[in-house]
Design a protein around this ligand. Structure first.
Ligand code: PEP
Ligand code: MG
Length: 547
């Protein structure tokens, strides 16, 4: 048995088999090939290797596990043999001179997107099988074995050197128990995604590929990982897991009760969501709405920027699923660590201080207008709040408003119906906090993004794991900015939400309540512990007239 300590993002625990993930980005390499014939031969050989592997796995699993489990590999064989899939890859190599890897990746990714957009949950789930087949081909091309995807139908702990936000999004699966990585920081988007998925993540672990297939325990509270735990420890953790489950069930009794302090101060509790799947988790945990829907995560893996119709359908679905509840959709917040294949971003020396979020949108108005029109149209179906990230000045809001008016005009001219959304901004830069009074006159609400506000106030990169000990969400400068922002908002009668990770930090709850924030938005799994804390707290907060 091995015990290794790392850095954890939550106190949760997981027990399961390790599946090692090797980065696809390390496998893909060049996108254009000089010798298409040679690429075609490489692809055909990888195809045959993958077919042979699947046949072997089918027989092995049928013999050693069950016929039902073995059928998964038979289905993968059928997918791989599908002449349209096969033909599309060959055409991409021959006609578009793509490398075999890039042809497999782009065709597979395209098919995956079509499956996950399907209404039928069975067909939607087939998206994971397509990824599995695509990964198998990629590994075969690289000469490596795709061991981590052989038994994806079982619960697993995912181990990787590092995970980008887009890779983390792709890992979403009901079988995923937790993440273990070497790199990453608790405030990175990969960590935030893990929290929203409700699974533990342990970082800073010196990982070893030989642990693939071994049993492990993640103890988020002790921030450690046990590999091949002995029977005694395993039993101890199974009992602990059972009592954690009981505690969670007890918390469910609070689901429909208000988040009100001992002295009668009421706060609204919303959920942060990164996908449509998170909406059910939000409802199960009693969210009063969605306080932050990170729209960029919907399209992080797509090769083409989703058109207006596609975006409209998704935003409409969010509103319909949330019924009449409060919904805040944040516009594209790409750049820094969030990169999407459809938007080529030049390498930058300081990406966190660079071309990101609203800066990209205002520099590329045609791209931005696609999202704005989709959001305006969706606003006809519910109470939609649109929120803009990374604001630093008044002219940005004025430019956004002008673009919104242009979009409304375009829709009117085409006779397309649209609604009247509520407009707000994220306060996540010190500049915005300092001029909160002027900004408050222009918008309907504020939402404080403590992750970025901490990054920019404390001058430290939130993705740099080496700075973890310096990253202090309790820093007085930060608390002071939150207080200033809240007071400015209330002077202008607009509400303030906290939507960064600090919202789930129970040691800060009383501070936020005393400051008088109107709502807090956290990962769905953090809602009930937060509500319990609020209900046990004396806020000492003067009643807010906005409530
Ligand atoms: C934040 O910065 O606090 C925030 C909520 O946005 P994100 O984490 O997506 O940058
Ligand atoms: Mg942010």
């Amino acid at each position: 048995m091995l015990t290794i300590t790392g850095q954890s993002i939550s106190s949760e625990l997981a027990i399961g088999t390790i599946r090692f993930y090797r980065h696809i980005k390390n496998i893909i390499g060049d996108t254009v090939a000089e010798d298409s014939q040679a690429e075609l031969i490489r692809y055909q050989s990888a195809y045959q290797t993958s077919m042979d592997q699947l046949e072997h796995l089918y027989h092995k699993t049928k013999l050693e596990i069950s016929a039902a489990e073995a059928d998964i590999f038979e289905m993968h064989r059928m997918l791989l043999a599908d002449s349209r899939f096969h033909h599309a890859i060959e055409q991409a190599i021959i006609k578009q001179s793509k490398t075999a890897e890039y042809a497999v990746y782009s065709v597979g990714q395209d098919l995956w997107e079509r499956f996950i957009a399907m209404e039928d949950p069975y067909l939607q789930a087939r998206g994971a099988d397509i990824q599995d087949v695509m990964n198998r081909l990629l590994y075969a091309l690289s000469g490596k074995k795709a061991s981590s995807f052989d038994h994806i139908s079982e619960p697993f702990i995912l181990m990787a050197q590092d995970l980008t936000p887009s890779e983390t999004v792709q890992m979403r699966s009901p079988n995923l128990l937790g993440f273990v990585t070497h790199q990453g920081s608790p405030y990175s988007h990969a960590a935030i995604l893990a929290k929203t998925m409700g699974v533990p993540a342990l970082m800073h672990i010196d990982i070893d590929e030989n642990w693939d297939g071994h049993l492990a325990i993640i103890d988020g509270e002790k921030q450690c990982l046990y590999i091949d735990p002995d029977e005694e420890l395993l039993r101890e953790y199974q009992t602990k897991q059972y009592s954690e489950q009981k505690k969670r069930e007890e918390l469910l009794a609070l689901r429909d009760l208000p988040a009100v302090t001992q002295d009668g101060h009421k706060v609204k509790l919303y959920a942060n969501a990164n996908s449509l799947t998170d909406l059910s988790a939000a409802a199960e945990n009693g969210a009063e709405g969605i306080g932050l829907f990170r729209s960029e995560f919907l399209y992080l893996n797509t090769y083409e920027y989703p058109d207006e119709e596609m975006q409209y359908e998704i935003y409409k679905k969010v509103l319909e699923q949330m019924k009449d509840k409060h919904v805040v959709i944040r516009t594209l917040d790409l750049g820094a660590d969030k990169k999407s294949p459809y938007l080529t971003l030049e390498p930058e020396e300081n990406p966190a201080l660079g071309y990101r979020a609203i800066r990209i949108c205002l520099s590329q108005p045609e791209l931005f207008k696609v999202q704005l029109r989709a959001l305006l149209r969706a606003a006809a179906h519910g109470k939609l709040h649109i929120m803009f990230p990374m604001i630093i000045s008044l002219w940005e809001i004025q430019s956004i408003k002008e673009l919104l008016e242009t979009c409304k005009k375009e829709l009117t001219e085409k006779g397309v119906p649209y609604g009247d959304p509520i407009i707000g901004i994220m306060i996540e830069t010190p500049a915005a906090a300092m001029i909160a009074d002027s900004l408050a006159k222009e918008v309907d609400f504020f939402s404080i993004g403590t992750n970025d506000l901490a990054q920019y106030t404390l001058a430290l990169d939130r993705n740099n794991a080496l700075l973890h000990t310096f990253y202090n969400p309790h820093h007085p400068a930060l608390i002071s900015m939150i207080e200033m922002t809240t007071q400015a908002a209330h002077r202008h009668n607009i509400p303030v939400c906290i939507c960064g990770e600090s919202g789930a930090d129970l040691t800060l709850t009383k501070t936020f309540l005393t400051i008088g924030v109107d709502s807090i938005s956290v990962a769905p799994g953090a809602l009930l512990p937060l509500k319990k804390t609020i209900r046990e707290t004396e806020s000492n907060c003067p009643r807010n007239e906005n409530q």
